[in-house]
Design a protein around this ligand. Structure first.
Ligand SMILES: *Cc1c(COP(=O)(O)O)cnc(C)c1O
Length: 375
């Protein structure tokens, strides 16, 4: 039996029941279930604000755009970022007309505070931290660096739904935290996400920005009846980025199972860790102290990555790579050679299969093959 990297686990009957409610009511768009998931997410994470989106990518774009106009940043002001991420992280900086400045990663594959400090200039306005695989890495140190210099901290928490540090859900101290509920993330829908600002006025503004810049507030207050529904103001050029009730219906069900799903992911990681520890040719990427990771990924490093991938494929096992050093992409080649740790990791990392249909014997079988073929 083939073992894939990711297989989302949907509670099909429960999801269908929630979706059925939308269809029967005749309400599949913005509102209704999108409000319910925002409330449920705030309750789950204890973050003060949450706005449901059609993806994480659009949320990252809005985070930079909103802060840029709010604080009067200029075009090409700088955002410190990581080369080891999905391109959404870095594209979002460019969408807002800002300049990505790549800092290097540490052994957690997250931004390295020492490298970050070296990249700070008078034009540095923000930093985006990616918790790879659910790991918080040296997030606390990065947070201190940003606080001390008034650098806005954007947390790309695409892998961090359910990650806790010191018992608290990640994200409560960032200026904005953006989650992904994309099809293969820990809280899978099909495509959706959540943007959680620290400040209430940012939350209020982002709700307008995700709906073309439309502001219904003034009229909603004065018009008690729906006669004035059409009578809204458009205050700025916004986007069509909000989430819908069908995605929210799925998210509401999946959220109920997020903690037990993540606990099983950590169990899989523990089994991998036991099987692969003290092996000469294999290093398991460690989780930071005090971090209860959502364990989106289980990453290892080996010297013969490409050969090992092929060997595993021949045994019907299909791992992944998270990620290729983004400065190897033509789009970001201007920064090539600036992040040696990321470049090195990019050649060595493999994400082993990690999903809820896997058993201990799957982990044992994969581990045996890794040990056999790693050089
Ligand atoms: C998946 C992912 C995104 C994008 O999420 P979408 O919801 O698909 O837009 C951004 N950053 C990272 C690190 C991701 O893994």
């Amino acid at each position: 039996m083939a073992i894939q990297l990711f297989v989302p686990n949907f509670r099909v009957e429960e999801c269908l029941a929630e979706i059925r409610e939308c269809l029967e009511k005749g309400w599949t768009g913005l509102g209704f279930k999108t409000v319910e998931i925002e409330t449920a997410w705030k309750e789950y994470t204890q973050l003060p604000h949450a706005h449901f989106l059609n993806s994480n990518t659009v949320g990252l774009h809005l985070a930079f755009e909103l802060f840029k106009s709010k604080f009067g940043w200029n075009d090409d002001d700088e955002v410190i970022t990581t080369p080891l991420t999905f391109v959404s992280t870095n594209h979002a900086i460019l969408y807002a007309g800002l300049k990505p400045v790549f800092a290097d990663v540490d052994d957690y594959l997250c931004l390295d505070p020492d490298s970050v400090i070296k990249r700070i200039t008078p034009r540095t306005k923000a930093l985006i931290f990616v918790g790879i695989g659910g790991n918080s890495g040296q997030y606390e140190k990065i947070l201190e660096i940003c606080r001390a210099r008034n650098i806005k901290l954007v947390l790309d928490a695409a892998h961090m739904s359910g990650t806790r540090v010191g018992g608290k859900h990640i994200g409560n101290d960032a200026d904005v935290t953006v989650f992904s509920f994309q099809a293969v993330k820990n809280l899978p829908t099909a495509d959706s996400g959540m943007i959680c600002f620290k400040e209430a006025d940012d939350d209020e503004r982002v709700r307008k920005l995700t709906w073309l810049g439309i502001n219904k507030d003034t009229y909603a207050r004065t018009a008690s009846q729906s006669a004035y529904k059409w009578m809204y103001d458009v205050e700025e050029v916004g986007y069509k980025y909000h989430g819908n009730s069908i995605m929210a219906a799925i998210a509401l069900v999946q959220l109920k199972y997020l903690d037990i799903d993540n606990a099983y992911r950590r169990q899989l990681a523990t089994w991998y860790g036991q099987n692969l520890k003290d092996r000469n040719n294999v290093a398991v990427v460690q989780t930071a102290q005090g971090c209860e990771s959502a364990q989106h990924l289980l990453q290892i490093r080996v010297q013969n990555r490409d050969a090992l991938m092929i060997a595993l494929n021949e045994h019907d096992i299909f791992p992944g790579v998270h990620y290729r050093d983004n400065t190897d992409y033509r789009m970001y080649a201007f920064a090539q050679g600036t992040c040696p740790n990321a470049a090195g990791a990019s050649k060595e990392i493999i994400s082993l299969p990690m999903h809820l249909r896997m058993t201990k014997s799957d982990v044992d079988r994969i581990s045996e093959l890794v040990v056999k073929y790693a050089q």
